[in-house]
Ligand binder design. Structure first.
Ligand code: VAH
Length: 326
């Protein structure tokens, strides 16, 4: 019989993983959350273990050592980066998921979180108010791996009763961490450049509207989903959630209310092609019905908070962190 909730976060150094780990430590105490990633991260206060999630035995070892009861699997190669090495991306994204699912079912893990993405949608799905059950036709290897992963998550629930839960994240915007290799990374980098009073080169067209979400909303959605009573979960592939949809030019308009001279050049690259196949807005009726999802941050609020927090960080001398760019 397992006692306390003991959480393992795989991919704890990532854009979402680093913020989620901090929130989980607040919720379950620092002793009950084990952060892990490919390399040490000294700004994580708490238990940290090196895990390469392609190594199933290593996951097993850590699950046993800490008597883990929940696993959040946040490690994956994202949409843009993933296109550089398609087969390696597929291999890493799927192998790590299979390892987490197998270790979880073999160790009676109570709950598993698997992040999916709006990248699972493509040609053939309605691009406005895209519903949970829309036709999945991903155009990136990342999206293909997430669509496959959703079906494997559902299979492990149906076949083995493993309580795997999943959210299709929109593009995540936060000041707490840097994204890496995503098509929506522009929406974080743009705020850094504005606060540093530097020119911004946008790799998407000014009018491409994408579903986005503020980091605080994304983290709250994740924890609310994982806390929902098991019987209320009716979607075992992955839940759509909506935050706020916006285009680069809409962000620029909001930023220029605070930085009137902010200069932006639009230089669409291969990521524009990826973004053009993604929905512009999401229907999250199931998340609202099943576990009461409601976003709290609109673009105005996101912009004000991002600017204020980044001003504070840069005043404290945070290095000018370039977003991973190509
Ligand atoms: C990406 N940030 O751009 C991720 C996300 C919806 C986008 O999946 O790949």
């Amino acid at each position: 019989m397992k006692m306390d909730t003991k959480v393992l976060v795989i991919g704890a150094n990532g854009q979402l993983g680093s913020v989620l780990t901090k929130e989980l430590r607040k919720k379950y105490t620092i002793e009950n959350v084990v952060a892990s990633d490919l390399k040490e991260n000294d700004n994580q206060k708490g238990i940290f273990e090196i895990i390469d999630a392609t190594d199933r035995n290593r996951i097993q070892e850590i699950v046993e050592r800490y008597n883990i009861t929940q696993i959040y699997h946040l490690a994956a190669i994202l949409s843009a980066k993933g296109e550089e090495t398609p087969l390696a991306t597929w291999d890493i994204n799927m192998k790590t998921l299979f390892n987490v699912l197998e270790v979880s079912r073999n160790n009676n893990i109570d709950k598993v979180f698997f992040p999916s993405s709006i990248a699972v949608f493509g040609e053939g799905a309605p691009l406005e108010n895209t519903p949970d059950d829309a036709y999945l036709n991903p155009a990136t290897v990342y999206g293909i791996s997430k669509a496959a992963g959703e079906n494997w998550a559902q299979y492990y629930f149906m076949r083995y009763g493993l309580d795997v839960r999943s959210i299709r994240y929109p593009g995540v915007v936060g000041y707490q961490s840097m994204p890496g290799g995503g098509t929506t990374d522009y929406a974080v980098d743009i705020y850094h450049k504005a606060v540093l009073k530097e020119e911004f080169n946008c790799f998407l067209k000014e009018d491409v509207t994408l579903p986005m979400i503020f980091m605080d909303d994304a983290i709250r959605a994740t924890i609310e989903l994982m806390e929902a009573p098991k019987e209320s979960i009716t979607v075992r592939t992955s839940y759509n959630i909506a935050g706020i949809s916006f285009s680069p030019e809409e962000v620029v308009t909001e930023i220029r209310k605070l930085y009137p001279d902010f200069k932006v050049n639009y230089k669409p690259d291969f990521r524009q092609e990826i973004a053009s196949r993604w929905p512009s807005s999401i229907d999250d009726a199931s998340a609202i019905k099943d576990w009461g999802w409601q976003p709290e941050f609109n673009l105005k609020a996101i912009t004000e908070i991002m600017v204020q927090k980044l001003q504070e960080k840069y005043k404290k001398g945070m290095p000018n962190k370039e977003i991973l760019t190509f």
